[in-house]
Write a protein that binds this ligand. Structure first.
Ligand code: JFZ
Length: 442
């Protein structure tokens, strides 16, 4: 079911079985927290604000000079993630703005030199570890601050022609940035103990783009694998055709229609999603998804064999926006009673057809199938072709039996095959956002 595509070019030697084993905790976990936090939280209008509004380095400097998240309490964050049902978390150690949330020997543009003056990443790792959560680092390949990083033509910029870009970049040397990037990744993978996930972001190969040669991706990933042999890495360093160059794919902010494949083989995947559209804290954004939409994102990911990394953008004081808090609490309420249909679960075997308005997940170890009722049906719930497959049915949230009957009524009888069954659901929807039927399979 979870065989992996392997190519000839190798950065890291491992059998497909070893890879499945290395990633097992992560594919079982299914649900993680993404955290986008940096100086942009102060602007509170998108983590791309510097580019979007063409803010100069001089003007952006004020955020560095006043950064002081006095209410930052990472153990509170960790407890909230855990209560929501999340099993791991990934935080921005550096986003495109180039600012380091960690103490670095390679730039002064880091948190130690702000009024806050303490290593945020260190505290964050300790607190999230203490709650038993997997630890992930996001590190931006793109850097709008480093003086040697050549200014990109594909992102909004002040220059308009090739000549102007050449002029802007004439004194910049990407090989120096490449070395810096490697040094910084070494720092974050050396100074904080075991790191479970590395999330590099992102490549945009092409005429005006940047890819593996600009980042030195091959060399970088060899170092990553050596420093942290157990680490799980995303696929944004432009190393798709290298074994060991990536571990999972990252469909972002769109609906995944089926389990992604590489060379006809299903691959591990994780979709990352926001509450409201922006990744960084955005005070005035009103496009927040509701509880049901968020639950569907999670269930739908698992129903297609994937994970959900759900993003929080903390404020510049170090707190979660109350809308994020509310969303996490609501998800946790559902997860408390229904997480058995999420953890260790995956796409159902092809023989099971999902009835209308349902999503199926399946636990291969317990051989149980989960039917998520997105739109609560009438009481005679027809399941075609399930007759010889189901031993017992119950609601997941309260373990109350759901009786199994035959499709009834003489006028229906002729239309139904011998193998169809009818689940006798209560008339009223149980008080659960998305009720789940747990089927014990034969
Ligand atoms: C990137 C970042 O630019 C963004 O700020 C955020 O951190 C997000 C998680 O990742 O955005 C991307 C990167 C790649 C694609 C789209 C958005 N892509 O490949 O479609």
């Amino acid at each position: 079911l979870n065989q992996l595509a392997f190519s000839q070019k190798k950065i890291w030697n491992e059998t497909p079985e070893q890879k499945v084993e290395r990633m097992k905790w992560w594919t079982d976990a299914r649900f993680g927290m993404f955290i986008h936090w940096g100086l942009y939280a102060q602007a509170a209008r998108h983590e791309w604000v510097k580019k979007r509004e063409r803010i100069s380095d001089e003007d952006y400097q004020k955020y560095f000079e006043i950064f002081n998240p006095d209410l930052f309490d990472p153990s509170e964050w960790a407890k909230k993630a855990k209560a929501a049902g999340m099993k791991y978390a990934v935080i921005t150690t550096k986003h495109h703005e180039g600012f380091n949330m960690f103490a670095s020997d390679y730039t002064d543009y880091n948190v130690m030199n702000t009024p806050y003056g303490r290593d945020i990443i260190k505290q964050w790792v300790d607190a999230f570890r203490a709650e038993g959560l997997g630890i992930g680092f996001y590190y931006s390949l793109i850097d709008w601050h480093h003086p040697e990083y050549t200014i990109d033509r594909v992102h909004p910029q002040s220059a308009s022609s090739k000549e102007e870009y050449d002029e802007l970049n004439k004194d910049r040397d990407m090989s120096i940035y490449r070395e810096y990037l490697k040094n910084q990744v070494r720092e974050i993978l050396t100074n904080y103990g075991q790191i479970d996930i590395l999330w590099l972001d992102y490549s945009f190969p092409g005429e005006f783009g940047k890819g593996r040669d600009d980042w030195g991706s091959i060399d970088l990933m060899k170092m990553v694998r050596e420093l942290q042999p157990g680490i799980i890495v995303n696929d944004r360093a432009d190393l798709k055709d290298y074994q060991g160059g990536w571990d999972f794919t990252t469909p972002e902010q769109f609906k995944v229609d089926k389990w992604p494949e590489e060379n006809g083989v299903r691959i591990p995947w994780e979709t990352c999603q926001t509450f409201s559209g922006s990744w960084g804290y955005y005070r005035d954004e009103h496009t927040w998804k509701d509880n049901k939409q968020l639950l569907v994102l999670l269930i739908e990911s698992v129903s297609k064999g994937g994970n959900l990394l759900l993003n929080v953008g903390p404020t510049a004081r170090g707190t979660f926006d109350e809308r994020a808090d509310k969303a996490l609490v609501e998800m946790g309420e559902w997860m408390k009673y229904n997480s058995r249909s999420i953890y260790n679960c995956t796409q159902a075997p092809d023989e099971f057809e999902a009835p209308d308005n349902t999503l199926l997940t399946y636990n291969p170890e317990t051989n149980r199938l989960y039917v998520h009722l997105l739109d609560y049906p009438l009481q005679n719930f027809l399941m075609r072709g399930y007759g010889d497959k189901v031993k017992y049915a119950q609601f997941l949230h309260d373990a109350s039996e759901i009786k199994i009957g035959k499709p009834y009524g003489h006028w229906i009888e002729q239309k139904h095959a011998e193998n169809d069954i009818n689940l006798l659901l209560p008339v009223n929807k149980p008080n659960v956002e998305i009720p789940v039927i747990e089927l014990f399979l034969k």
